[in-house]
Design a protein around this ligand. Structure first.
Ligand code: S6P
Ligand code: ZN
Length: 209
């Protein structure tokens, strides 16, 4: 049997990347259109920074997409707000919904915003050395509520995949993370959110390993 070689990487918490990782992608302001509550504030930011402004980037090591294998990487998100709403990642559920994930805080101050298919919400504060276990079936999105770059290492099963539509189809995530007026954060209801149909929830929970 031909075995894979061990991977050796360095997390650069200042640069916010996994040094030695094979792949990198960036999400720009233009990629995040429609995710924020305040369209006018989004358009203003777009006019200031341009559509190609990098909002977050991911460096990762994807040895394969085999069941039982693992993907590891680092996400770096810049700080800021669209109107009152803190910068966020697109967020997703794993396409194989029963696949979990681990996030480890390297730098900055952020949140992991989690939502179950039937609409339960959890918020986990992420600081350096915080480990967040994202259980199977939870939609997850990172939010930078600090003043610095938010840098997190992650690891998840290599056959997980990502489904981004689950958020769009519900009108966004159920809660939004906004400035509390005192420079902190608070979670508020997203008035556009709609509960998922019971058959969709059942089919997600019914997924076989
Ligand atoms: C993948 C894992 C991370 C995110 C990354 C960007 O399952 O959760 O690699 O992909 O933090 O977030 P998003 O929501 O744009 O994929
Ligand atoms: Zn994920």
């Amino acid at each position: 049997m031909k075995l894979r070689e061990p991977g050796i990487f360095t997390v650069d918490a200042v640069a916010g990347e996994l040094c030695g990782a094979g792949t990198r992608y960036r999400k720009t302001l233009g990629d995040l259109q429609g995710l924020y509550e305040d369209d006018a504030a989004f358009e203003r930011l777009l006019a200031q920074r341009g559509t190609d402004a990098v909002m977050y980037e991911v460096t990762d090591h994807k040895p394969s997409s085999d069941a039982g294998d693992m993907i590891i990487g680092v996400t770096r998100m810049i700080p800021g707000k669209v109107g009152r709403e803190y910068f966020l990642t697109r967020g997703h559920i794993h396409a194989k919904a029963n696949r979990p994930e681990m996030y480890y805080g390297e730098a900055g101050y952020g949140l992991m915003l989690l939502e179950s298919p039937d609409g339960e919400v959890r918020v986990v504060e992420m600081r350096p050395r915080t480990v967040c276990y994202v259980p199977p079936f939870w939609i997850h999105r990172s939010v930078n509520v600090g003043a610095e770059d938010l840098v997190m290492t992650f690891a998840y099963p290599a056959d997980s995949g990502q489904d981004y539509d689950i958020i769009a189809k519900a009108g966004g995530m159920r809660q939004r993370i906004v400035d509390d007026g005192a420079g902190g954060w608070t979670a508020v209801d997203n008035t556009s959110w709609r509960p998922r149909p019971a058959d969709l929830v059942a089919s997600l929970y019914g997924q076989a390993a």
